[in-house]
Design a protein around this ligand. Structure first.
Ligand SMILES: Cc1ncc(COP(=O)(O)O)c(C=O)c1O
Length: 410
């Protein structure tokens, strides 16, 4: 799909935008979906691949293991964990599959989820239930909401004696809520329930201390907000839960190797460059602003909050959550049309397509909830500038004025 040629001048990007290879004709407001890599790391990834291809046996059999160990140590340091408890997987979805397809469920066991769960993870758990006779128990967390306490309350209300484990997002996908995971993990733990936290969006958007959090299982993507190349994520497993967790690909070390990191060390022949780049990105992005990662996260969050205010004003809607539940991405409510298009997971809402085709704006629009609400999610990364969200606001305002005018004329 191409952006139509039109005379509208694209709004300016930030002073950091030249570090990314992003298409200057596109107003890229969707870092959240797949991340985006700076040019520097793509060159570095090329260098790792070149080194690998110059002597594959030397690289994979002699050099890779200490390099991977260093990478795990760096990511463990960044997330407040012990390197022994951290392994690399391709992505958060793989991590969720790994844990839930390793655990042994009995018919009638319950897996607690929320209505904000990421669809691919829901599909994974549905499959696990199909195979084992376990059932999903869904907490109905409100959105919009005034207080993060409402989330913990809704989750705890859904607990039954049959719940064995919960899958809780650190930051939800469609609704972009930063959830109070520490409190949720602690309260579920008191009731004898383990938690897997899906932190797909958390690394690089909120401070993380996994040892302090104490969740049984945690996954976080490096390829989203750390801006590492695609297919790099971590899976952290608390020491007492490592036995019995088997990687999705069982390779030379076997399913039961000890320590558990050994099982994940070499998932057969693969491209290790994304995971090797992950620690480089911790240093690189952290070096772009004088205050390091703290300043990067604060900058992105403040930009996101300002952008959310602009959009809520333009759309004349309330902010759906308090500011404290926002990190580098935020969702606003759009008027929901009478007829909801069924686009499936590969399709896009007509408004999303319109914004892209007519104005070059890349921003997701989707439906969430029951009854479905139309939502628009913005992301804020270093390359973004507030002018881009003003431009989005103007286009949205024009879209809705045209829509109202066309309804009136019918
Ligand atoms: C909450 C959540 N979980 C999991 C994922 C999946 O991430 P990946 O495609 O890297 O597995 C996403 C992706 O946006 C997400 O938002």
């Amino acid at each position: 799909m191409k952006v139509k040629n039109n005379s509208l001048i694209r709004p300016g990007t930030s002073e950091y935008a030249p570090l990314w290879p992003l298409d200057p004709d596109v107003v890229y407001l969707n870092h959240g979906s797949f991340g985006a890599c700076p040019k520097w790391i793509l060159e570095r990834q090329d260098a790792y691949r070149m080194k690998l291809e110059q002597e594959p046996v030397r690289f994979i059999l002699r050099e890779f293991e200490p390099m991977q160990q260093k990478a795990r140590e760096k990511l463990a340091e960044f997330t407040g964990a012990h390197a022994d408890d951290v392994v690399f997987v391709q992505n958060a979805t793989t991590a969720v599959n790994t844990v839930f397809r390793s655990l042994k469920f009995k018919p009638g066991d319950e897996i607690l989820i929320t209505n904000h769960i990421y669809p691919a993870c829901r599909r994974t758990l549905e499959y696990v239930c199909e195979q084992t006779g376990a059932v999903l128990r869904e907490a109905c967390n409100p959105f919009p909401l005034d207080d993060p306490e409402q989330i913990a309350e809704a989750i705890l209300q859904a607990v039954t004696p049959k719940v064995r484990i919960a899958l809780i997002d650190h930051i939800t996908a469609a609704t972009a809520l930063v959830q109070p995971v520490k409190e949720i993990v602690r309260e579920l733990d008191k009731r004898g329930i383990d938690t897997m936290v899906d932190g797909a969006h958390a690394l690089g958007t909120v401070p993380i201390n996994l040892d302090d959090l104490g969740a049984a299982y945690y996954t976080g993507n490096c390829h989203k907000w750390l801006c590492a190349p695609k297919a790099s994520a971590i899976l952290h497993i608390r020491k007492d839960k490592q036995k019995g967790i088997v990687p999705m690909v069982i390779s030379h070390a076997g399913a039961h190797a000890e320590p558990f990191s050994e099982r994940f060390f070499w998932p057969a022949t693969f491209d290790p460059s994304p995971l090797l780049c992950a620690p480089d990105m911790v240093d690189y992005v952290g070096s772009l602003l004088p205050g390091g990662w703290t300043e990067v996260m604060d900058r992105n969050r403040n930009l996101c909050l300002e952008a959310r205010n602009i959009l809520c004003n333009v759309l004349d809607v309330n902010k759906p959550t308090p500011d404290l539940m926002v990190a580098s991405l935020a969702t606003v409510l759009l008027p929901t049309p009478d007829k909801i298009p069924s686009s499936g997971y590969k399709g896009a809402d007509p408004l999303q397509t319109h914004l892209f085709q007519e104005y070059g704006i890349e921003v997701p629009v989707w439906y969430w909830g029951d009854p479905p609400k139309r939502l628009l999610r913005i992301s804020a990364q270093l390359y973004n500038n507030i002018e881009q969200y003003r431009y989005l606001g103007e286009r949205l305002s024009a879209f809705y004025q045209d829509e109202v005018a066309s309804l009136r004329s019918q």
